[in-house]
Write a protein that binds this ligand. Structure first.
Ligand code: NAD
Length: 283
């Protein structure tokens, strides 16, 4: 595409993704041409395991790179030639760049979260942070928190084994004192009583899973609260925590900054992340 880039997203059910609009608008602002295509596994009638075929086809047809989302962030790894250290540590790739030496996998979910937190809640204490949700988003958040220097992350999940697996992996990477897992038997309130902040990374609060993931009474005004859910931006957790006097961060920043970091990898150009965030808020 001349002085431009051909990029896109592989995933299932990605029709509502805002990535095409975010990438194409920012490219236009920088005087670059960008075409960002949706390669929707559902629409193509393909299983997640087809991600390798799609990747090869994209490379052959001149794509610059691709974003990868559910359900292919792990499956894609065996089809890559190289992994960034962070993507290897996380075992998940959301950005693939085609270079002369092959397909290189990166993870910008964790860096997107880290940037969103640093920008949106600068100077909040990070000595002890409760992370609710140990899935893909939770793993990226935990990596971001500990990379930012959080003292310890307390991982909670309905699936206790999943929480323990994530905590063990974090201890292996960041040190024995840096992560613990707890069951939810006593409820999240007990963990929150001793915490500086809460990051929420379960689907609770999305339209299909309405509700509040922790009891409102556990949201003390001294606690900061970050949600990763961004549809809607104003979740019941964000609304309730703000009303109770907590400093809050919605999930929009993580979504936008992962796109900004991917854009930089695709184009080699520095996007204006604040401009992308303002654009996102109009979408
Ligand atoms: P996932 O299915 O991989 O993980 C969700 C985890 O939450 C599971 O381990 C599940 O057991 C746990 N869980 C569900 N309900 C719970 C509850 N009430 N209490 C404790 N644990 C509970 O999903 P994911 O890919 O990690 O995504 C989670 C959410 O994060 C999504 O719904 C999405 O809204 C959001 N997300 C946001 C961004 C962003 O850029 N802002 C990026 C990725 C995901």
């Amino acid at each position: 595409v001349g002085n431009g880039v051909l990029t896109g997203l592989i995933g299932a059910g990605i029709g509502p993704s805002l990535s095409p609009a975010l990438h194409e608008r920012e490219a236009a602002e920088l005087g670059l041409r960008c075409l960002y295509r949706r390669l929707d596994l559902d629409e193509l009638g393909l299983p997640a395991t087809a991600v390798g075929d799609l990747l090869r086809a994209a490379r052959l047809t001149g794509f610059t790179g691709l974003n990868i989302t559910h359900p292919a962030k792990q499956l894609v790894i065996e089809h890559l030639d190289e992994l960034s250290a962070d993507a290897a540590a996380l075992g998940a790739v959301n950005t693939v760049v085609f270079t002369a030496s092959g397909a290189v996998g990166h993870n910008t979910d964790w860096s997107g979260f880290a940037r969103s937190l640093s920008r949106g809640l600068p100077d909040v204490p990070l000595d002890r942070v409760v992370l609710l949700g140990a899935g893909g988003a939770g793993a990226a958040v935990a990596h971001g928190l500990l990379t930012l220097g959080a003292g310890a992350v307390h991982v909670l999940d309905l699936d206790a084994a999943r929480a323990e697996d994530l905590a063990a992996s974090l201890r292996g990477r960041f040190g024995a004192e840096r992560a613990v897992a707890g069951g939810l038997d006593a409820g999240p309130a007990a963990a929150l009583a001793a915490a500086d902040g809460l990051v929420h990374a379960t689907p609770v609060g999305m339209a299909a899973h309405p509700g509040l993931p922790v009891p409102a009474e556990a949201l003390r005004p001294e606690l900061w609260v970050a949600d990763v859910v961004y549809r809607p931006l104003e979740t019941e957790l964000v609304r309730t925590a703000r009303a109770r006097g907590c400093r809050v961060l919605d999930g929009g920043g993580m979504a936008v900054f992962q796109a900004a970091d991917a854009f930089r990898l695709f184009t080699g150009r520095e996007p204006d992340a604040d401009r992308m965030l303002r654009h996102f808020e109009t979408l």
